[in-house]
Design a protein around this ligand. Structure first.
Ligand code: ZN
Length: 183
C-alpha cells in the first residue's frame, strides 16, 4: 500500500478516539493522540530514506528491523515500562496509538507486499495478494489491482469523515460535540 497509510491511520485513530474511555478526554489530549496515530501510520516507511541514501538497494526497505512488527511490540513494551517508572500516565495513550498505527501500517503493507511478521525469529515473508506486473509504469500494476481500489476506498472514506467533521463542528477534523462544549 502506498497512498492510503495516512488516511487509514486517520480512520483508525478516529475510531479509537470514539471509544468510551477516549471520547471523554480533554481536547488537547485527543489532538495529541490523533497526531500520534497519524505519524505512526507512516512512521515505518521513513526507513525508505535510509534505503535510498545509505544502501545499494540490494534488499528491500521492508527487510529492515523498522518494518518488523515485533520491533514495535518491543518499543511499546519499553515505553510502557518507562511510563510506569517515570509515572507518566499520559504516555500510555500515545504509546497505544503508536502501536496501533504502526501495526495497521504492516497489515496494509501485507495486502500486496511482503512483511516479515515474525522477524527476527523467522524471516518468512507474508503477502495476501500477488500483484501481477503489467507492461509500462509499475504504478499501473497496482492501479488495476484490488489493492489499488482499496487504497482509493480508504482515501475517499477518510476525506469524507474529515469533511463531515469540519462541516459539523467548523473545527479541524477531530472535535466531537461533547469535547467542543468543554472548551
Ligand atoms: Zn511500509
Amino acid at each position: 500500500m502506498f497512498l492510503a497509510h495516512l488516511p487509514a491511520g486517520y480512520l483508525l485513530a478516529r475510531g479509537l478516539l470514539a471509544l468510551p474511555g477516549a471520547s471523554s478526554l480533554p481536547l488537547t489530549q485527543q489532538r495529541r493522540l490523533l497526531i500520534t496515530g497519524l505519524i505512526a501510520s507512516v512512521l515505518p516507511d521513513f526507513d525508505y530514506l535510509y534505503f535510498e541514501l545509505a544502501t545499494n538497494h540490494s534488499i528491500s526497505h521492508r527487510a529492515f528491523p523498522s518494518h518488523w512488527p515485533p520491533s514495535w511490540l518491543l518499543i511499546f513494551f519499553l515505553v510502557a515500562v518507562l511510563a510506569c517508572v517515570l509515572r507518566q500516565r499520559e504516555w500510555h495513550g500515545c504509546n497505544l496509538f503508536l502501536l496501533a498505527g504502526v501495526q495497521l501500517h504492516f497489515m496494509l503493507d501485507t495486502i500486496a507486499g511482503p512483511i516479515r511478521w515474525l522477524a527476527p525469529f523467522d524471516h518468512t515473508r507474508f503477502t495476501l495478494f500477488h500483484v501481477p506486473r503489467q507492461p509500462g509504469w509499475w504504478v499501473w500494476s497496482y492501479a488495476n489491482h484490488f489493492s489499488g481500489w482499496l487504497e482509493v476506498a480508504f482515501i475517499a472514506t477518510a476525506l469524507w469523515l474529515a469533511w463531515h467533521t469540519c462541516r459539523q463542528h467548523r473545527h479541524p477534523v477531530f472535535v466531537s460535540n461533547r469535547i467542543h462544549s468543554k472548551e
